[in-house]
Unconditional design. Structure first.
Length: 72
């Protein structure tokens, strides 16, 4: 099983590296009243990290509610 996890991690890192190398051009992003210019790869990473953290927080939140319901 650990060999499988290692292979998956290497494949994901390779995919991320390919995405970063292919998306180096700058993009302009507007958020409310702020305008920021950044590489597209950085924007993709920020979006991915935001989604990952949101999913992690949602999972932890639902996990706590489920555990509370079973203990009573």
């Amino acid at each position: 099983m650990t060999k499988f996890k290692t292979i998956v991690i290497v494949l994901v890192l390779l995919l991320v590296l390919i995405i970063v190398l292919q998306n180096t051009q700058s993009v302009e992003t507007k958020f409310l009243f702020v305008k920021v210019t950044m590489p597209r790869a950085f924007l993709l990473m920020l979006t991915f990290l935001f989604g990952f953290v949101a999913g992690l927080l949602a999972t932890l939140s639902f996990g706590r509610k489920a555990n509370r319901g079973h203990s009573e």
